[in-house]
Design a protein. Structure first.
Length: 45
C-alpha cells in the first residue's frame, strides 16, 4: 500500500528515469554473467 502512494506522487519523467536506470543496471549484470560464462568456456573451468 505504501508503494502505491509513492508511485502515484512520481512524475512520468521520474518513472522513465527509474526504468532507464534499472535497465542499465540489469544490462551490466547480464554482461558480468556472460563474461563469467565465456571465461569458464575459454579457460575450461
Amino acid at each position: 500500500m505504501m508503494r502505491s502512494v509513492r508511485m502515484r506522487g512520481m512524475s512520468e519523467e521520474q518513472r522513465r528515469a527509474n526504468r532507464r536506470t534499472g535497465l542499465i543496471l540489469a544490462s551490466v549484470a547480464v554482461m558480468f554473467f556472460v563474461g563469467f560464462m565465456a571465461r569458464m568456456v575459454i579457460l575450461g573451468g
